[in-house]
Design a binder for this molecule. Structure first.
Ligand SMILES: [Cu+2]
Length: 198
């Protein structure tokens, strides 16, 4: 091997090594490395019923960014506050609010029928849609979004409240999880952040 060809060989090897590292990082970042879904795999297919009684799936929400929030209509504090804040962000979006989806999924389908959800959501921004389903359907979507929710008995008349995690999930137009959506900022700021995903 002459000095010149060995130099070319070295440069070529460095290039291939760089390519392998790049490909490895790319596959890891896109979750294709190792076969299974990565730790960031939040979301996925679902089948639920909206507040009008119509069947909805994740396919109905593709093409627009989606804000998803899990809760229940009997919630005394976190849910109404969060839905109010979401409504303010949607209002701050102006006409662009038509270009996003916002979905409130109940963790209490036994009480939150489609009709109850519809009535409850009439107090909030009209872009907010509600989803309920069978216990199995709700369990499945909770699992996919890593939502923790459990019944807590209140009094002795069979009444209960729900302890539940209260993240708002931002999904992109393709239905992939982006990040938790921060509502602890001014609605106009949150709206500006959301516009990046239109
Ligand atoms: Cu709540």
């Amino acid at each position: 091997m002459t000095a010149r060809t060995s130099h070319i060989f070295l440069v070529f090897s460095a290039f291939v090594a760089g390519l392998v590292v790049f490909l490895g990082v790319f596959l890891f970042a896109t979750g294709q490395f190792g076969g299974g879904p990565g730790p960031s795999a939040i979301g996925g297919p679902f089948k639920l019923t909206d507040q009008d009684g119509k069947t909805i799936t994740e396919q109905n929400f593709k093409g627009k960014p989606l804000l998803v929030f899990f809760g229940y209509t009997h919630c005394p504090d976190i849910c109404p506050t969060t839905l109010f804040e979401l409504s303010e962000v949607l209002h701050a979006m102006g006409k662009d609010a038509d270009r996003v989806h916002a979905l409130f999924i109940t963790v209490d389908p036994e009480r939150d029928t489609a009709a109850v959800m519809k009535d409850y959501l009439s107090s909030f921004d009209p872009h907010l849609r509600g989803a309920t389903g069978t216990r199995q359907e709700i369990d499945a979507v909770e699992k996919d979004y890593r939502v923790i929710a459990r019944k807590v008995p209140v009094g002795d008349k069979g009444d209960y409240s729900m302890d539940h995690s209260a993240l708002v999930y931002l999904m992109d137009k393709q239905g992939r999880f982006v990040a938790p959506f921060n509502l602890t900022r001014k609605p106009a700021e949150a709206a500006q952040a959301l516009r990046k995903y239109l």
